[in-house]
Design a protein around this ligand. Structure first.
Ligand code: FAD
Length: 478
């Protein structure tokens, strides 16, 4: 692949002389380097440059072009996004997320290589969509690529891969605890050669955008099945099907995330052909499990980028000569340097964790990496939130206002502890699996104690506590 973008010809970014002039490919953690091809390294450098020099400056323009008022914001098509998409395609930055060992439709990178790129995408509000690597489309494209029939792929995957339409994944419902997917209750029943859908969905990310043309919907198709894991199905529903109402959009700590947004939808006798079924009737759990593996680490990878960006903002604020509380710049107040150091340590640890999960997926599949994916799903958002919070604190009032991206980043980061299942669900699963070793460990430790007693006897020792004293201060003989 030719490199149409000259990394060396860096434009106007100030030099800091402390290592951040290294290109992205030179900052790849040493443990990950053997897994990264030369082509991926070149692309990574282009991603970095595209994000830093084109997407981040475009972010506020995009926000402005979304406009004002609910109707306007949720029908906006910011022209800067179309320009960024064109530019990304010229640079060869398109669909990098679809892993090469499972899908022929993507750009030919591994999960680990994409992980390195996604970190940079996570530094900008516009970069993921500009490169056609934005959630929920990424996970949804994986569903089509993995489980779709040729007809479904032609109809929906092709325009999604081309970035012509967008999509939403509709699982969560307002009336049930949706973190337990067996509760999902949107009713699906069959009439002739059609499925009829009735019920409510909310937190349908992306549904606000008029370009969102296809919904992937989970519903209850067989409520009486003896297995609670076979009662649900996933079905493809065109957004323009009669009977669907987008009742309202939901806010995230006051941010509406327009035009993409998060919808609250009603399904009233919505009819789709039986051929719209994904994978097969009663196989909804298989589909959602297959969808969430790599998708979860995409979020984590982007969160690392958000954390890096927060740290950059923090360092900039610490060195702003105009701001000298109590006669010193913030970097001269020791507590601030400790917060910088703590952030550095945590981000670097989180990155290794995500890359390890990605490498595990690459070595086999997402199922093989369940533990590592769950660890990253829980750990990385907390790290990102802690780092962003420290940066907010360093900015004082400005940190919680619209004058830095930090407040928005915190709100977005906070949702990561809920999206794709709350922390507790993943922790319980991790804890339960870890605890499976408990009985064996109890036996092992008992065995080691016994062995130790045998060894002591073989050396002619009595078993004795090393701190045994048996001292009595009284001189009286009993
Ligand atoms: C910004 C955003 C975007 C989203 N996008 C989508 C989307 O595109 N599509 C979609 O379908 N959904 C989406 N969601 C929904 C999200 O996946 C759900 O909110 C999440 O799975 C939790 O389900 P729930 O809200 O029904 O909470 P509930 O299931 O009611 O859980 C509430 C709380 O109960 C606690 N809890 C749950 N289980 C346990 C347990 N086993 N042990 C202890 N405590 C527990 C947790 O603290 C949890 O937060 C989005 C959510 C947000 C905030």
């Amino acid at each position: 692949m030719s490199v149409p973008y000259r990394i060396e010809a860096s434009t106007g970014l100030p030099a800091d002389g402390a290592g951040s002039q290294l290109r992205a490919s030179e900052k790849i953690p040493i443990m990950a380097r053997p897994f990264v091809s030369d082509r991926a390294k070149k692309t990574l450098d282009i991603v970095e440059k595209f994000v830093e020099e084109e997407c981040i400056p475009a972010d506020p323009i995009y926000a402005q072009q979304v406009g004002s008022g609910v109707e306007e914001r949720f029908s906006a098509r910011p022209p800067i996004m179309d320009d960024l998409k064109k530019r990304a395609q010229e640079l060869g930055l398109w669909n990098m997320f679809l892993p090469k060992n499972h899908f022929k439709e993507g750009a030919g990178f591994s999960n680990l290589e994409y992980g390195l790129m996604a970190e940079y995408l996570g530094k900008s509000h516009t970069a993921s969509e500009a490169t056609n690597c934005a959630a929920p489309d990424t996970g949804n494209m994986e569903v089509f690529a993995k489980y779709g029939t040729q007809e479904q792929k032609d109809k929906w995957l092709k325009p999604l891969l081309a970035g012509e339409i967008r999509s939403a994944f509709l699982m969560t419902e307002p009336d049930v605890a949706s973190s337990d997917a067996t509760n999902i209750g949107l009713r699906m029943h069959k009439e002739g050669n059609e499925w009829v859908l009735n019920g409510s969905k909310w937190w349908s990310s992306g549904a606000g955008d008029p370009r969102c043309k296809i919904y992937i919907v989970m519903g209850k198709s067989d409520p009486n099945n003896s297995s609670v894991y076979k009662q649900q199905s996933v079905i493809f529903v065109p957004a323009e099907t009669p009977g669907i109402t987008i009742k309202r959009m939901l806010s995230v700590y006051g941010f509406d995330d327009a035009p993409h947004g998060h919808g609250h939808l009603e399904f009233n006798n919505v009819r789709v052909p039986a051929s719209s079924m994904c994978l097969g009737e009663g196989r909804g759990f298989e589909v959602i499990q297959g969808r969430l593996g790599p998708g979860r680490i995409h979020h984590a990878m982007r969160s690392i980028g958000a954390a890096e960006k927060a740290l950059e903002y923090m360092l900039a604020r610490l060195n702003d000569p105009r701001k000298k509380p109590f006669g010193k710049q913030l970097h001269e107040h020791g507590v601030m340097l400790e917060r910088v150091a703590r952030s550095r340590v945590e981000i670097d640890a989180a990155r290794l964790q995500v890359l390890n999960a990605a490498a595990m997926i690459d070595s086999k599949d997402a199922k093989f990496a369940l533990k590592e994916i769950a660890e990253a799903k829980v750990f990385v958002p907390q790290v990102a939130l802690d780092v962003i919070d420290r940066a907010v604190q360093a900015y004082g009032g400005a940190g919680v206002s619209q004058d830095t991206p930090l407040a928005n980043m915190w709100a977005h980061g906070r949702t990561m502890r809920i999206v794709d299942g709350p922390d507790e669900v993943h922790l319980i699963q991790l804890g339960r699996n870890e605890n499976k070793r408990g009985k064996w460990l109890l036996e092992k430790i008992e065995w080691q104690k016994k062995k130790s007693e045998e060894m002591a006897r073989s050396y002619g020792h009595e078993k004795r506590d090393v701190l045994q004293l048996d001292r009595q201060h009284s001189k009286a003989k009993l």
